[in-house]
Design a protein around this ligand. Sequence first.
Ligand code: DNO
Length: 405
Amino acid sequence: MVRMEMKLIKSWRWFGVKDAVSLEWLKQNGIEQVVTALHHIPNGEVWPPDEIEKVKKQIEASGLHWTVVESLPVTEAIKTASALRDKHIENYKTSLKNLAKYGIKTVVYNFMPVLDWARTDLNYHLPGKGESMLFDYPTFAAFDIFILKRPDAAKDYSAEMYTQAESVYKNMTPDEAEKLAHNIIVVTQGFIDGVIGSDIDNYKQEFLKHLNRYQSIDDAKLRSNLADFLKEVIPTAEEAGINLAIHPDDPPFPVLGLPRIFGSISDMEWLAKTNPSPNNGIAFCAGSFSARKDNDVVEMAKRFSNRIHFAHLRNTTVLENGSFYESGHLEGRVNMPALVMVLQNEMQRRLKNGCIDYRIPMRPDHGIKGPEDEGINSNPGYPKYGRLKGLKEITALEEQLAGNS
Ligand code: DNO
């Protein structure tokens, strides 16, 4: 067996008491830490101490711990530097201080405009495996140009992609077109405190309004808004002993004409240079980074391993036209053994340097929905047994890498 102290901390994203997966079941399956958020607090508001305490107590009653928050949302006002920005930043700092009092060590956030993540098919059939998720480029373009009808969207695609999108759209029934829009705008966003909640009727119009706010915000401007945010919150995080961890853009390339700033190794370089504090870190989502062909995911982890405060382990297969699907935890573009080794080496380094919290929390990210997941209610991407399978595969890998399986 690998000595416990050199293992990644087994963690699991749990969506609160309504989650079909119980804390008891997680404990029985070897989970050490629960990753969660106060999903009922509206974005931008302070997370009050008593609400934090309530969740902490629930988790600890099952013998588990809570040290990672995913996510404390950064509001659109902060991302666009608009009217409520300063108030939301103050609230963010207060929430960080409140979380620190209850033992939270890592807080995940992202700086993606409007959409938290995007897929075109949430029930993509992987022959012989089960249901996964797909981002099909022509289908996404069809959504953008013909269903959402974003002004000038066509300009953002090559002539070839436009033609493919047109043909995808022509072959869709009106119900299929609506379902696609609903999946992209609502189903994948509502459950993770996205900008568009699950209760909005005129979601396409609302979504267009949100996109429109980025008309005058390019990559440079969004980057400067992120730099301002970090300048404000990092000192508070340092004082509170909290590591902030930015989640990469998913997918890590431009969508819907929006600025996109955290998907590549040069973006990581920028982050580290802009605010060198060690508390300014990364939620290393291997799957998100892997969806871009020019990303060498293992190299990215190696270069910035000292900033990895949390690891999301999953994998994708990328197709010729830039489409990608989630291909299980070990199969795909990411050389998972090499990545796990980078993380193990980093833990060793931290231990040698006398760091107390040197074990990196890891969660099996997403998972393929197999027959045993039938009938179990889960959020898109988060099947109970699909994730457990991923966790077991990663655990086995950790043992093999130590040469002691
Ligand atoms: C989707 C997740 C994202 C992620 C947030 C982090 O499955 O990877 O919702 O948690 O973007 O802020």
